[in-house]
Write a protein that binds this ligand. Structure first.
Ligand SMILES: [Zn+2]
Length: 80
């Protein structure tokens, strides 16, 4: 099971890798100007959507901003 801090570092690292690969591939500056906010938004969205249960440590993924889960799906512990 992945720790929340490990997960966040990994998501940010993968976002930076995506931009790094684009830059190394020689993407023109306008392309980078589009991709940097896009990748940043994706990273922020994933960090926002994936939460971790404080009781059992499982990840609770939710991509619907209007229906946030109030409790862990596996143990029922209330999410913050
Ligand atoms: Zn739980």
């Amino acid at each position: 099971m992945m720790k929340p801090t490990t997960f966040r570092s990994l998501v940010i690292f993968l976002g930076l890798c995506t931009l790094g690969v684009l830059w190394l591939e020689g993407a023109p500056l306008p392309v980078l100007y589009i991709f940097i906010p896009m990748v940043t938004l994706c990273v922020l969205f994933v960090l926002w959507a994936v939460r971790f249960c404080g009781s059992c440590g499982r990840s609770v993924t939710n991509y619907n901003p209007f229906r946030r889960p109030k409790a862990c799906a596996s143990c029922g512990h209330a999410l913050k």
